[in-house]
Design a protein around this ligand. Structure first.
Ligand SMILES: Cc1cc2nc3c(=O)[nH]c(=O)nc-3n(C[C@H](O)[C@H](O)[C@H](O)COP(=O)(O)OP(=O)(O)OC[C@H]3O[C@@H](n4cnc5c(N)ncnc54)[C@H](O)[C@@H]3O)c2cc1C
Length: 370
């Protein structure tokens, strides 16, 4: 069996990897567009701490729990450092009532999702021991099971591991090759590449890939601007993720590296710019929560387009009327968490198997049924 995967972000890379592990011949096509979400994503892996539970929550929670297994599989395939670490998270707030609500909500969730880990109420001084730049006015709830990953590193590891198992990677823009009523493969820069099935994992660009089939999926690019800092003299390797009530956040990576995110600009289109307003928003929120970052060096601001859906849930499943086309896309703000596991489920669909998790809530057909 030969399968083509359109898109080599975290979604396509994961699906390709899981397919080659099952012995399938796979070709990935990617046009290396500017603004791919995987290259900009922050990397928080903590689905269980979400403030609200909507459609797709069960899938996200399972996906978070899948990470250690994926790390093990990649280790077997020669990828020892895929950047995933469980570093814990601090839900921070200046309101005791808010933090009491967080403890209550997370204690309830931990019954179903033990991966969430231990839950501890911390005062401001204890929180600052874990994340020194924090404001001394913020108390916290510490959750031990939250993780972080560098999306670029994981994506590369998935592709390298898959290539060792025979994956072929092509660079170029893929268009669907439709003949009769069926998708027979893709055309890349005029070259036909035929396949038994096509996986579409083209992020915010998915609608234009599907347009030739007359399918309109409501995925919109949502711009995210996210800033990186070097913190002189600090070893940030073990610093936890910081989750304020606003939806903005901070996280750290090995070395002296802190990331502050992010704008959520619905209606941005594919306008790939760092804007004055976006930079102000990110800095203002970061410094309110962590004034100790005031002297850090602003090293970079990245811009990526989240593939956002109207109900906030991803799109994983076969296309109605086209069982040979499988989608794993629409991951919005949570693709670095969800897409690695969704890729495994999409591979199961391609192989004609019942996926190990029910996909009704995230099926592509939910939009046409409305
Ligand atoms: C600022 C920001 C912060 C984020 N933070 C987090 C976080 O903390 N935790 C989390 O879980 N998620 C986070 N996300 C979300 C996550 O990054 C995305 O959901 C995820 O990366 C989407 O991956 P993808 O593979 O679907 O899409 P993308 O990474 O956008 O990849 C799509 C790929 O398809 C290719 N492509 C498109 N059309 C074609 C075509 N016709 N032919 C060939 N190739 C094509 C593109 O070149 C691109 O490489 C964040 C996102 C942003 C922007």
């Amino acid at each position: 069996m030969r399968v083509i995967v359109i898109g080599a972000g975290i979604g396509g890379a994961s699906c390709a990897y899981h397919l080659v592990r099952r012995g399938v011949e796979v070709v990935v096509v990617d046009d290396q567009v500017v603004g791919a979400a995987t290259s900009a994503g922050a990397g928080i892996v903590s689905p269980w701490t979400a403030r609200q539970v909507g459609p797709g929550f069960g899938l996200a929670a399972r996906a978070g729990a899948y990470y250690p297994t994926l790390v093990e599989l990649l280790g077997e395939d020669g990828e020892q450092d895929v950047s995933f670490e469980i570093v814990g998270a601090l839900a921070v707030s200046d309101s005791d009532a808010d933090l009491a609500g967080v403890v209550e909500r997370l204690t309830e969730r931990a019954r179903q999702w033990p991966e969430l880990g231990e839950i501890r109420r911390l005062d401001a001084a204890q929180a600052r021991q874990l994340f020194p730049p924090l404001s001394d006015e913020l108390g916290a709830v510490h959750v031990s099971g939250a993780g972080r990953v560098d999306g670029r590193v994981l994506r590369e590891a998935l592709l390298r591991a898959a290539q060792r198992r025979g994956l072929r990677c092509l660079t170029g823009r893929a268009g669907l090759l439709v003949e009769g009523e069926r998708v027979r493969g893709v055309v890349v820069d005029g070259e036909r590449v035929e396949a038994d099935a096509v996986v579409v994992s083209a992020g915010a660009w998915t609608p234009e890939v599907l347009a030739p089939l007359g399918v309109r999926l409501p995925i919109e690019p949502q711009r995210g601007q996210i800033s990186h800092f070097a913190v002189p003299g600090a070893d940030t390797t073990a610093w936890p993720v910081v989750l304020p009530p606003t939806g903005h956040y901070l996280l750290a990576f090995p070395g002296s590296h802190v990331v502050a995110g992010a704008t959520r600009e619905t209606g941005s289109g594919f306008d790939h710019r760092v804007t004055a307003e976006g930079q102000r928003e990110v800095l203002e929120h970061a410094l309110r929560v962590a004034p100790g970052l005031g002297a850090a060096t602003l090293t970079e601001t990245r811009v990526g387009f989240r593939p956002a859906t109207p109900d906030g849930a991803p799109i994983v499943g076969s296309l109605d009327g086209h069982p040979e086309v499988v989608l794993t896309t629409g991951f919005g703000p949570a693709g670095l968490t969800v897409a690695p596991f969704a890729g495994r489920l999409a591979a199961q669909l391609v192989l004609g198997e019942e996926p190990e998790v029910a996909l009704d809530e995230v099926a592509p057909g939910r939009f046409s049924r409305r």
